[in-house]
Design a protein around this ligand. Structure first.
Ligand code: IMP
Length: 197
């Protein structure tokens, strides 16, 4: 099938690229920053997922003048008043170390009965110089001891509602059944499909 729309995905996170490519399939051609020859660490300076997603897509759009999208995701934990939220990547400090972030989260939740949490993804699409936002939420629980080795980030401590496994115990296909990123991507695809029937 011919590719109808080509979009640059403004991320350096290979896991995100693979997850989104699996959902989008071959109807839309997704190009990574690396494939576009862009080597920058895109800033995430804002205090909302929406503003960070916009910052990332606008940065890449200004550089390339091409249609592109970005996403920003946060883990929002009920007993921590929504933290780490927009700070999820740097929760334990500037090094963005996944294990340090998990360790800090588990320490903060030690002894807490309320383990409710949700991942929230915001996608910012820039198409023909106009911005469109899409979001996706996955509710679940934070467990006490991490399990599984798949995925990335907080996957080893998050069990989505409707499953007994952590995201890190799932294949990418299984994770995509539940995932925040897939739900936001579904909305992106539905929107793109209205433009390119
Ligand atoms: P970003 O700022 O959107 O790149 O993501 C913030 C942080 O949230 C990442 O560094 C990960 O630690 C975490 N994160 C984002 N998406 C996921 C996911 O699907 N599973 C687990 N952790 C995630």
């Amino acid at each position: 099938m011919q590719h109808i729309t080509t979009l640059i995905f403004a991320t350096n996170n290979e896991h995100k690229v693979q997850e989104i490519r699996k959902v989008i399939g071959s109807r839309f051609n997704i190009i990574t920053l690396k494939e576009a020859g862009i080597d920058i660490d895109i800033p995430e300076p804002h205090d909302t997922l929406e503003a960070n997603a916009t910052e990332k897509s606008k940065t890449i759009h200004q550089l390339t003048k091409q249609n592109c999208f970005s996403e920003d995701t946060g883990l929002e934990v009920e007993a921590l008043n929504g933290e780490p939220g927009v700070k999820s990547a740097r929760y334990a400090g500037g090094t963005r170390n996944f294990q340090d972030n998990i360790d800090k989260l588990l320490i903060h939740l030690k002894g807490k009965e309320n383990r409710n949490a949700q991942f929230r993804t915001v996608i910012s699409l820039i198409l023909n110089n106009k911005e469109y936002l899409f979001d996706g939420v996955c509710k679940g629980k934070i467990i006490e001891d991490q399990k599984g080795i798949q995925g990335f980030g907080y996957d080893p401590v998050f069990i989505p509602d409707g499953s007994e496994k952590t995201f890190a115990e799932m294949s990418m296909e299984e994770k995509n059944i539940f995932s925040h990123r897939r739900k936001a991507t579904d909305k992106l695809i539905a929107f793109l499909n209205t433009l390119t029937p």
